[in-house]
Ligand binder design. Structure first.
Ligand code: PLP
Length: 393
């Protein structure tokens, strides 16, 4: 009986003199070590090797190393979502009594983390206008430990005064964390501008196909890296190997996709500005953008793949616009290969009072476009039709 082959004994991987060209997908949760000495050495970090997937796995490591390359980082961490990366970077480092200062137009969930969740743990938070370094200097408190910024704000595409705020952070000894999701390492490399921590929602254009939810965070300081890693592992922010595998596949074409989407965005912005019924176009490198000078000095000629615009009218005109463009996905995301449209007044900014929205310039006619890699002729004609449909009601 004891010699009967058992179905549950895993078959060894078939021997092959050749190797796969594509990164293997490794869903294994656990890794078997030969003996306790080896396992001990693995945990001590003196012997390389994986033990348990929550602590790390090959598909996450391969992906992290690729994004590290783009950001000029090392030892970056992949998390199960962009928000997990934001949370790990903040909660892995801050403690009760600390204060964190954020830009006033951060991603919605980052604002919620700052405004509600951190406070429950005794971490004070406040916001300041990210286009104004003096406002940041004035808002620093003795207990301020970290500044959290995005380079280009969502959805109004204001450009933060990174150089000014980085100088304030340096002078005051405050950590600077930059969420580089919008700008991407193709447009901006935060570590070259004084950032201590870089964060990404890999879900967006890095992965690029709207089929994987992931985040990334990196820091140059080994003690911070360990604090962030331990917090993420303890709280279970583990990414799925399959998502990492998909994101790695997406990442191979990231630079091509980004360049194409950015060229499309610049052309679409200029096209939208010619359409009757379009009141305003926001694109960082256009001459009518309030932060054009700063955009050009920070991002060069690269304005990114996001465009916002405002049409004449109200909710009825907004409804008619999305209905007039059935092939442009009306979906609150960004960074997909296909162009997506979002309407902040009914989605990301719906919780704000109308006056607060108005102060940001977000009216019912405000749309944000994440420009994809389609043929620009097609995009121009779809937007012409959609805007015309909106103005016909
Ligand atoms: C989407 C996004 C996030 C959150 O990422 P998820 O992967 O959706 O959790 C954080 N910051 C910015 C700027 C984003 O656009």
């Amino acid at each position: 009986m004891s010699d009967t082959p058992s179905l549950v004994r895993r078959t060894p991987w078939p021997a092959s003199a050749s190797r796969p060209v594509v990164t293997p997908l490794q869903p294994s949760v656990v890794y078997a070590s030969p003996d306790p000495d080896t396992l001990d050495a693995q945990y001590a970090g003196t012997n390389p090797g994986f033990t348990y997937a929550r602590e790390g796995h090959p598909n996450a490591q391969v992906l992290a190393e690729k994004i590290d390359m783009l950001e000029g980082a090392e030892g970056g961490l992949i998390t199960g979502s962009g928000m997990a990366a934001v949370t790990a970077a903040l909660m892995g480092v801050l403690k009760a009594g600390d204060h964190v200062l954020g830009g006033d137009q951060l991603y919605g969930r980052s604002l919620r983390l700052m405004g509600q969740d951190l406070n429950r743990f005794g971490i004070a938070t406040s916001l300041a206008d990210s286009t104004d370094a003096r406002a940041f200097a004035a808002a620093i408190r003795p207990e301020t430990k970290m500044i959290l910024l995005e380079v280009v704000s969502n959805p109004t595409l204001r450009v933060a005064d990174i150089e000014g705020i980085a100088a304030v952070a340096r002078e005051k000894g405050v950590l600077l964390a930059i969420d580089n999701t919008f700008t991407t390492p193709r447009g901006f490399r935060p570590f070259e501008h004084g950032a201590d921590i870089v964060i990404h929602s890999v879900t967006k254009i890095l992965s690029g196909h709207s089929d994987a939810t992931l985040g990334y965070t990196a820091t140059k300081d080994p003690a911070l890296r360990k604090a962030i890693y331990d917090f993420a592992v303890t709280t279970g922010m583990t990414p799925s190997p399959f998502d990492c595998w998909l994101a790695e596949r997406g990442l191979y074409s990231f630079e091509l996709r980004y360049d194409r989407a950015e060229a499309n965005a610049a052309a679409l912005a200029d096209h939208l500005a010619t359409l009757p019924g379009v009141k305003k176009v926001l694109y960082p490198t256009r001459s009518d953008h309030p932060d054009q000078n700063r955009a050009v000095s920070l991002l060069g000629e690269r304005g990114g793949h996001m465009v916002s615009f405002v049409i004449e009218g109200d909710r009825a005109q907004a409804n008619a616009l999305t209905r007039g463009a059935p092939d442009l996905a009306f979906a609150p995301t960004l960074g997909d290969i296909g162009t997506t449209l979002s309407h902040p007044a009914s989605s990301s900014h719906r919780a704000l009072a109308p006056e607060a929205r108005a102060a940001l310039g977000i009216t019912e006619g405000f749309f944000r476009v994440s420009v994809g890699i389609e043929d620009i002729g097609l995009l121009k004609s779809e937007f012409s039709k959609a805007v015309a449909a909106s103005q016909a009601v």
